[in-house]
Design a protein around this ligand. Structure first.
Ligand SMILES: [Fe+2]
Ligand SMILES: [Fe+2]
Length: 298
């Protein structure tokens, strides 16, 4: 049986998945616990601050982003409490989830995951925007977009070179079935891996459907999983595919799959891609130098 340390090097070696997943680094505790803080309650903002402040890395990253062009307040933010008052609960939790995924991906040694992080942010931004006209909570939709491909991170952590090879193959052949390749190499695809992870992390049940069923055919149901299916496809079509290959389906074709109530509010593909590119580059440049929480000045 394979183990986390004896990571898979060939397709024929079966993995003890329960043991391997039990040994993976956990998603940052701050971000996981932030998922359980209910928005809109009187104490929610204070609870969120209390989660962030003891964690120096999170504090540093949140403050860097809060002072970046992403937020664009004229006043410099020097503490998490001050940032929370200016940002409000929804935007603060959005930052917590973005920083959480980035720090989780950075713990993995697989360079192939850079594309995965960008794809997840793109999917989250599209999901947040489209959920607004789809009676799905936009805060939840953003978080679901951030987490939907978390199973890829798990597989890449278990077998970095093996996963990099899969991404490489997908980048040269967009028609190749990555899920099939994952099952061949790891005995499980990233949807199954995502299900195991969110179950192990005891996340709300909705995340199980999102991580494990986001590659199933479109259903036209007005639920969060369908929002993520469409957002993931549109992220690919806009140029934010995990493997960086051109999407087989164009933007117009994917946008036509959205309900009319959503379509009429969507900006052009160029505007949407520019918006996402800007946000990703701001986060990457802000995070690149955030290594500690010495920014917490008061
Ligand atoms: Fe996926
Ligand atoms: Fe995706």
């Amino acid at each position: 049986m394979g183990t986390l340390t004896g990571s898979p090097s060939k397709a024929t070696e079966p993995l003890d998945l329960g043991r391997v997943f039990g040994n993976l680094p956990p998603f940052p505790a701050v971000a996981l616990r932030a998922l359980n803080v209910l928005s809109g309650t009187e104490t929610s903002l204070r609870e969120l601050c209390d989660l962030i402040r003891p964690d120096p890395v999170f504090t540093g990253e949140i403050l860097r982003l809060a002072n970046s062009p992403l937020v664009a307040f004229s006043k410099e933010m020097t503490s998490v409490m001050q940032a929370s008052m200016l940002l409000g609960f929804r935007r603060l939790r959005r930052l917590v989830m973005t920083v959480g995924l980035r720090s989780y991906v950075e713990k993995s040694i697989a360079p192939a995951l850079r594309g995965c992080w960008r794809h997840s942010v793109a999917c989250a931004m599209i999901a947040e925007r489209t959920a607004r006209w789809n009676s799905i909570d936009r805060d939840f939709a953003y978080t679901a977009g951030i987490l939907h491909d978390i199973g890829r991170v798990a597989l890449a952590t278990i077998g970095p070179q093996l996963y990099a090879d899969l991404i490489e193959k997908a980048s040269t052949d967009p028609a190749w079935d990555v899920l099939h390749g994952e099952r061949d190499s790891f005995g499980i695809d990233h949807c199954g891996a995502g299900r195991l992870l969110v179950t192990a992390w005891k996340l709300p049940e909705e995340f199980i459907a999102i991580t494990s069923r986001h590659h199933e055919p479109l259903t036209r149901a007005e639920d969060a999983t369908e929002v993520i299916r469409l957002s993931c496809l549109l992220a690919n079509a806009l140029g934010f595919a995990v493997a960086g290959h051109p999407s087989l389906r164009g933007c117009a074709e994917i946008v036509a799959e959205f309900p009319e109530s959503v379509r009429k509010h969507l900006p052009s593909a160029e505007e949407l891609a520019a918006e996402i590119t800007k946000e990703i580059s701001v986060i990457e440049s802000a995070s690149g130098c955030a290594k500690s929480g010495q920014n917490e000045l008061s």
